[in-house]
Ligand binder design. Structure first.
Ligand code: H79
Length: 466
C-alpha cells in the first residue's frame, strides 16, 4: 500500500512538471519563448462563453434508485446510504450488481451537444465514496469492484474531446461515507469532530481524496473544472492542499465555489437562482426533477418552457446553468430528461446568439422586487415577488429582449442612455426591421401580432453607447 502511494506521487510529480510547462507555453501569445501564466480573465473565458453545462450524478445509488428493502427513501437519491443508514459492508454489495452495459459515452455527449450544452461535469466520487473510474488510490471503484470493469470517465473524456465539449469532475472531497476518516458517516464510524481532532480526517484526505484528485488531473486529458462540494471540516490549510494540486497539475482547471477556501467562481445553493444580477462569475447547479442521482419514481419533471426560462433568467443575472441528469444503473439517461433537454437545445439552435457569451441585464425592474411587507420566503429571507414577462441579455452594441409574454402591439423598453438604431426578431432569417419610436429616453418597438417562438421570442435591439 505504502509503496503504491509513493510510486504514484512520484509519477504525479513528473506529470505535474509536464502539465505546467504545457500550460505556460499554451498561454503565451507567440508560443515560442515567452512563458507567461494565464490571467484570471483568460482562465475564465471559456466559462463566461459557455453558460450552459450538463451535470451528471451517476454512482452505485442508481442501483437502489430510491428504494431500500422495499421502502421508498425520502430525499435526494444519491443520499440513500445516509438516509437509510446503510452500513458500509451492505452498501458495498451494490458494486457487485452494478453493470451498466447500456452505457454509451458517445450518446451521452451527443445529447449534451443537442441540448446546446458546452461542458460536462460528472461525479467521479460522490459522498458514498465510490470512485466511478479506475483508481489506484482505492479499490472501491468501478473498474476493480464491479462486473462492468470499464472506466466510463475515460470513455466520456474521449467523446467530449471529439465533440469539442469541455469535461470536468465533481469530487466529494470532505464527505466520504465509505472511509473511517471521511466526513459524514456517523452510523458506522465516530462523530466527525473526533476524526477532525485525532488525525483520521487528515489521513483520509492525504491517503484517498488528494491522491484521487491527482489521478483525475493526470489520466483524463484537460479537465475544465473540479466541482468540490459540502466542505465539512475543510479549513484554509486543507483547502490549500487541493488548490496546490490543481494549480500544479492543471493550472487552467477551474475550482468551483465549494472547496472551503476561495475558488475561481461562486457556486450558488443547489437549485438556488438569485433574485438579482450578481456581478461576479457564478454558476447554479440544478435538477430536472427533484433528485440528482436516479430515483425510479421521481417524475416531477420541469417542462422545456420552465427550463428555457431558467436558462435565460440565469444568463440575464450573469450566471451559468449546470443542469443535471441522473442516469440509471443500466447506463441510460432517463427519456424525459433527454426529451426536455433536447427541446431547450432546439430553442438554442435559433436563439443561441442571445445566450452564449452574453452578459447580464442593464435594467433590473423586469426581474421583480422585494415584497414591501416583512413576509419571508421558504428559506427565511425577505420574500421577493419575481416577474416573468421578459428578460434581457446583452452583448456589445446589442440588447436581447426575451419575451416570455408576447405584448400586444408593442414592447416598451425602459430608459436607456444610448439610441436604438435597429430592431428585429432573432428567429427571423431576414432580420426584417421593426418599427421603433422614441419617447425621451424610453423606446417603443412595434411587434407583429404573433410571437416568433411559443416560449421565448427574442427581440434584438442594436444600440449605440450612451
Ligand atoms: O451532489 C448534489 C447533492 O448530493 C449535494 N450537492 C448537490 C450538487 C449535496 N450534499 N449535501 N447537500 C446537497 C445538502 C443536503 C441536504 C439534504 Fe438531507 C440531503 C436534505 C435531504 C437529504 C441532510 C440529510 C439533511 C437532511 C438529510
Amino acid at each position: 500500500m505504502k509503496t503504491t502511494l509513493m510510486r504514484m506521487s512520484k509519477a504525479a510529480l513528473q506529470l505535474s512538471l509536464v502539465a505546467s510547462c504545457l500550460c505556460f507555453a499554451a498561454s503565451s501569445a507567440s508560443g515560442a519563448t515567452q512563458t507567461k501564466p494565464m490571467s484570471q480573465d483568460e482562465k475564465m473565458a471559456w466559462f463566461r462563453e459557455a453558460k450552459f453545462g450538463l451535470f451528471i450524478h451517476w454512482g452505485l445509488y442508481a442501483v437502489p434508485a430510491g428504494t431500500w428493502k422495499d421502502q421508498q427513501i425520502a430525499g435526494i437519491g444519491e443520499w440513500i446510504m445516509n438516509r437509510a443508514k446503510i452500513p458500509v459492508k451492505e452498501y458495498e454489495q451494490l458494486a457487485g450488481q452494478f453493470n451498466p452495459v447500456k452505457f454509451n459515452a458517445e450518446k451521452w455527449v451527443q445529447m449534451a451537444e443537442d441540448a446546446g450544452m458546452k461542458y460536462i461535469v460528472i461525479t467521479s466520487k460522490h459522498h458514498d465514496g465510490f470512485a466511478m473510474y479506475g483508481s489506484k488510490a482505492s479499490q472501491y471503484n468501478i473498474v476493480d469492484a464491479t462486473p462492468f470493469k470499464r472506466d466510463p470517465l475515460k470513455e466520456l473524456a474521449a467523446a467530449c474531446a471529439k465533440h469539442n465539449i469541455r469535461f470536468g469532475f465533481y469530487y466529494s472531497q470532505a464527505q466520504d461515507w465509505h472511509e473511517p476518516g471521511g466526513a459524514g458517516n456517523t452510523w458506522d464510524f465516530p462523530p466527525d469532530a473526533e476524526k477532525d481532532k485525532n488525525g483520521a480526517y487528515d489521513q483520509y484526505l492525504r491517503n484517498k481524496a488528494e491522491p484521487q484528485v491527482k489521478e483525475l488531473l493526470t489520466g483524463y486529458g484537460p479537465v475544465c473544472l473540479i466541482w468540490f462540494d459540502t466542505p465539512r471540516m475543510m479549513n484554509k490549510e486543507r483547502g490549500q492542499r487541493f488548490i496546490d494540486i490543481v494549480h500544479t497539475l492543471q493550472p487552467a482547471c477551474l475550482i468551483d465555489g465549494r472547496l472551503g477556501t476561495e475558488g475561481d467562481y461562486r457556486s450558488m445553493g443547489d437549485n438556488a437562482i438569485p433574485n438579482q444580477v450578481v456581478h461576479e462569475d457564478w454558476e447554479v447547479p440544478a435538477t430536472l426533477n427533484k433528485t440528482w442521482g436516479y430515483k425510479s419514481y421521481d417524475n416531477d419533471w420541469k417542462t422545456p418552457e420552465e427550463l428555457t426560462f431558467k436558462l435565460v433568467d440565469i444568463v440575464s443575472k450573469g450566471g451559468n446553468y449546470l443542469l443535471n441528469v441522473g442516469p440509471t444503473a443500466e447506463g441510460l439517461i432517463p427519456q424525459p430528461s433527454q426529451d426536455n433537454l433536447r427541446a431547450v437545445g432546439r430553442w438554442l439552435k435559433v436563439n443561441g446568439e442571445a445566450i452564449y457569451g452574453a452578459g447580464s441585464t442593464p435594467f433590473g425592474e423586469e426581474l421583480g422586487a422585494p415584497d414591501p411587507t416583512t413576509r419571508k420566503d421558504k428559506k427565511g429571507n425577505q420574500a421577493f415577488n419575481a416577474k416573468t414577462d421578459w428578460r434581457c441579455t446583452t452583448k456589445p452594441g446589442k440588447l436581447y429582449i426575451h419575451l416570455f409574454k408576447w405584448p400586444s402591439g408593442s414592447f416598451e423598453l425602459p430608459s436607456i442612455k444610448g439610441k436604438v438604431t435597429k430592431a428585429y426578431l432573432l428567429a427571423d432569417p431576414q432580420k426584417q426591421t421593426l418599427g421603433v419610436k422614441q419617447n425621451g429616453q424610453t423606446w417603443s418597438i412595434t411587434l407583429p401580432k404573433t410571437p416568433s417562438d411559443k416560449t421565448d421570442s427574442v427581440l434584438v435591439l442594436d444600440v449605440t453607447a450612451g
